[in-house]
Ligand binder design. Structure first.
Ligand code: HPA
Length: 236
């Protein structure tokens, strides 16, 4: 089952844990490993998509960058699931808020991920399939957040292929359908996980607001990131 290497992941004998945190930025993966995990070992350096395995409160956990967008997270998650036996994939990232009752730094937990991507067409389903996160992970993450008195929003996010879109009305249409926030990866991750029968979740920190145009600074984001990471790690 477990392969020694794939086109994009070469662990050189270092184990990859069954549970993995997936930030977009490989340097954030390094930061998470160095800040929160014990006994860390690097398991991937291919294309500088850094991956680490360590322990959190004694339990094995890995963390790896995914790059940006559905094509990138899809190939890494596919290899992690199908060649390295990963069972719980938790995306941690930032998102742009799309509802008026949301604030910068709020935590968003994705129950589902709508998308403007064609990624789902490959499954040849006779209709429209709704990419959902794992209810088991979702329910646990919400409970952990509530116990920490962390303000959260749970619902549908938009995994967009476009950071700079040409249609000025597109986001308003998604907002009217109740989309909480935009990011660029979860629909691909949730589809890969569902197709393989494993669990996936997306947890985000609001880094910018599409209605108020408020933005966080890089320094502020580092601190705000903490709540989201700690929720994800407690899931381990
Ligand atoms: N768009 C897409 N992805 C994002 C955004 C955004 O505004 N903010 C954080 N990730």
């Amino acid at each position: 089952m477990v392969t020694t290497s794939t086109p994009h992941i070469n662990p050189k004998g270092v184990d990859i844990a069954e549970t993995i945190l997936l930030p977009g930025d490989p340097l954030r993966a390094k930061f998470i490993a160095e800040t929160y995990l014990d006994d860390i070992r690097c398991f991937n350096e291919v294309r500088n998509i850094l991956g680490f395995t360590g322990t959190y409160r004694g339990r094995p956990v890995s963390v790896m960058g995914t790059g940006m967008g559905i094509p990138s997270i899809s190939l890494y998650s596919y290899e992690l699931i199908h060649f390295f036996g990963v069972k719980n994939l938790i995306r941690v990232g930032t998102c742009g808020a799309m509802q008026a009752n949301m604030n910068l730094y709020d935590v968003v937990i994705a129950q589902g991920a709508s998308t403007n991507s064609n990624y789902l067409h490959q499954f040849n389903l006779p209709g429209f399939w709704a990419p959902l996160s794992s209810y088991r992970l979702l329910e646990q993450a919400k409970r952990i957040a509530d116990n920490r008195s962390q303000r959260t929003h749970v619902g549908n996010v938009l995994s967009s292929d476009l950071f700079y879109g040409a249609d000025p009305d597109a986001m308003t249409k998604w907002m009217k359908m109740g989309i909480l926030a935009v990011e660029m990866e979860s629909a691909g991750l949730f589809a890969n996980a569902a197709a393989a029968g494993v669990d996936a979740l997306g947890i985000f920190t609001v880094s910018d607001h599409l209605i108020t145009n408020a933005e966080t600074t890089a320094a502020e984001r580092q601190t705000a990131f903490t709540a989201m990471i700690e929720i994800a790690l407690e899931l381990v």
